[in-house]
Structure formats: structure tokens, C-alpha cells
Design a protein around this ligand. Structure first.
Ligand code: NI
Ligand code: MN
Length: 225
């Protein structure tokens, strides 16, 4: 069974097995890449939302989409508490190292070296997500710097696809992201979190891991794995 991965710009992706759709970090409104591609929050549907951290460019349209789609939201504990105060009831709080069985497989939260706040409020630990959908495993590192235990996470979960930021300044830049992809050794890598704004406008050709197929998606584009 294959999984369809759709990119909505910046760090927003949908993963679909044909029955369930997991939307990750749905920053659509105000996302220049999504808006240039004509993608709106209202145009995206899902059964689940998975969040890496609380920053506005990841939380994005979570509340509106979750309410409209009656979607279950998985995210860091403190972030889920805040979403609960905003009226969401279908929440799956987690923290790095923990996993949650889902109707399509499992989501494990991993560590990320970053920060996490929303409106000045602490939103818990930032995270990466290992999402197993059927027999396909996708490791989304979330916003993070490089760290050696990415290799351990890869050894444990054997990801088929790595999604990682390459835009520099707030996350890994292309050189460190290249090292990270070579360390994780997933056969396919999909870069994100670059080019959205001038501050993270790097040349994506500098992300060139050996032995890894790079699939660079445009906003609105998708690929099957
Ligand atoms: Ni961030
Ligand atoms: Mn970010």
C-alpha cells in the first residue's frame, strides 16, 4: 500500500493512505508558498492533524481545519492543553520518546532542538514526528538543528522517507541537512522550510545527500511512496 505525500508550502504536508489523511503543521493562511499556489485552508481536508511545535508557521490553521473536519489533533502536551482551551476535544497529547497508536498505524514523537511558543506562551518541547502509515514510515524531523541521535531514531524506525528543514537560520541549513539525510539513510528525502521568506531563502541545490533520492516538491505538488 502506498502513501501519497502532498506539500502545501513551507512545512505543511498531508499524508494519505486513501482512507486517513494526516495533515502536518498546517500553516496555510499567510503562507506565501501556499497562497502563490492558490491553496486555502478551506480547500484542505483531513482526518488527523499532527503538530511538531507551537510556532505560528506550524500551528497555522490548526483550529479552523480541526473544527471543520472534526479531526483528531496530536501534538506536544502543552500545545494540546491550549487547543483544548480553544474548544477542541479530540486531542492526543504526547512528548518526545512516546508513541500513540492511530487507526492508520502509529505516531512517535521524537526530540528536536528548537523552541516552542505561541503568543508568548510556552508550548512544551518542540518535536519531530515518526509517522507509520500501513507499512510506510515517514520521519519528519520538525524544525531542528542536526543531532547525532537522528541516526538512532532512524535505526529504530527505519524510515522510508525523511522530511527535513533546509532553510538555515532557524533550523538546519543545506549543509547540515545533507549530513542529516546521509545519517538517517532513508531512501527518499523531501526538503522543506526554505524559500518562504527572504530570511530562509537558500539555494536548495546545496541540499545534495549521497545515496538519497531528493524529491523537491512545489506547493500543491505530491508524490507517492
Ligand atoms: Ni519553529
Ligand atoms: Mn518554523
Amino acid at each position: 500500500m502506498s502513501v501519497k505525500i502532498t506539500f502545501h508550502g513551507h512545512s505543511a504536508f498531508s499524508l494519505s493512505d486513501g482512507t486517513h489523511t494526516v495533515l502536518m503543521d498546517p500553516f496555510i493562511t499567510g503562507n506565501p508558498q501556499a497562497e502563490a499556489a492558490g491553496i486555502t485552508a478551506e480547500s484542505i481536508s483531513c482526518t488527523h492533524i499532527a503538530l511538531t511545535h507551537g510556532h505560528e508557521d506550524h500551528m497555522g490553521d490548526t483550529l479552523a481545519i480541526a473544527k471543520r473536519c472534526d479531526a483528531t489533533v496530536l501534538g506536544p502536551f502543552e500545545l494540546c492543553n491550549m487547543l483544548g482551551e480553544e474548544g477542541l476535544e479530540k486531542l492526543e497529547p504526547a512528548n518526545p520518546g512516546g508513541g500513540v497508536d492511530m487507526p492508520f498505524g502509529r505516531i512517535t514523537m521524537t526530540q528536536a532542538f528548537h523552541s516552542s511558543s505561541f503568543g508568548g506562551r510556552y508550548m512544551g518541547m518542540p518535536a519531530g514526528l515518526v509517522i507509520r502509515m500501513g507499512d510506510t514510515t515517514i520521519y519528519n524531523t520538525g524544525d531542528t538543528g542536526i543531532f547525532g541521535d537522528m541516526a538512532l531514531i532512524a535505526e529504530i524506525h527505519r524510515p522510508d522517507v525523511l522530511i527535513l528543514p533546509i532553510g538555515d537560520r532557524f533550523t538546519m541549513g543545506p549543509a547540515d541537512a545533507t549530513r542529516a539525510a546521509e545519517m538517517v539513510k532513508a531512501p527518499i528525502a523531501i526538503p522543506c522550510h526554505f524559500g518562504t521568506w527572504q530570511s530562509i531563502d537558500i539555494d536548495p541545490a546545496r541540499f545534495a545527500p549521497h545515496g538519497v533520492e531528493v524529491r523537491r516538491l512545489e506547493a500543491g505538488g505530491s508524490t507517492e511512496v
